[in-house]
Design a protein around this ligand. Structure first.
Ligand SMILES: Nc1ncnc2c1ncn2[C@@H]1O[C@H](COP(=O)(O)OP(=O)(O)OP(=O)(O)O)[C@@H](O)[C@H]1O
Ligand SMILES: [Mg+2]
Length: 164
């Protein structure tokens, strides 16, 4: 798939995604990718209702797009079958943790990186997130980002609730 056609739907779909809708947004994105790659690879999502603000939804969607596309494109060469698992959860420290795991060939250190890797780095910075790739029976991507921003939603500042 040409790079732009794979990235533009993510932006088109993200309008005003906020709060728990991020789960449906992510699910829809991943289902679209699976269709686009026509892959026999199975996908499982276990997404907690994490509250994100619209400013977090687009970077998050684009990161999911890059990492999951990579799994479809690179993890299962030669038509091999496998599983991609996405989980999203909240920690006690008010952090969201996104994990994307595949049981494919693994991410070899020193692999030349492309546009996708640069995007992931920049987008993670935008949401003040940290991420790493691990080789664990395939590739595991872990992204942690703070949910504090949800409390800084400008809408809350414009119309503060009157004290009762
Ligand atoms: N899940 C994965 N399993 C195996 N290899 C991977 C995986 N994810 C990434 N890679 C390897 O890392 C490389 C860099 O990924 P990156 O997303 O930066 O570039 P790309 O996917 O090749 O190109 P682009 O993202 O610009 O379309 C890939 O070419 C691939 O070799
Ligand atoms: Mg890529």
């Amino acid at each position: 798939m040409p790079p732009f056609s794979r990235r533009s739907p993510v932006m088109a779909q993200c309008h005003q995604v906020r709060g728990h809708q991020s789960i449906y947004y992510i699910r829809t994105l991943v289902a679209g990718l699976r269709e686009g790659y026509g892959s026999a690879v199975k996908v499982e999502c276990e997404l907690a209702p994490v509250d994100v603000v619209p400013d977090q939804a687009l970077p998050l969607g684009l990161i999911v797009n890059e990492v999951v596309s990579n799994a479809f494109k690179h993890a299962f060469p030669g038509g091999r079958t496998g599983l991609i698992t996405l989980t999203l959860e909240v920690t006690e420290a008010e952090q969201a943790v996104l994990r994307v795991r595949d049981n494919g060939i693994g991410y070899r250190p020193g692999t030349p990186t492309g546009m996708g890797s640069r995007l992931i780095r920049g987008l993670a910075q935008q949401i003040k997130g940290d991420y790493e790739f691990r080789n664990e029976n395939g590739t595991l991507f872990v992204l942690k980002f703070p949910l504090i921003a949800a409390r800084e939603d400008p809408a809350d500042k414009i119309a503060p609730k009157a004290a009762e």
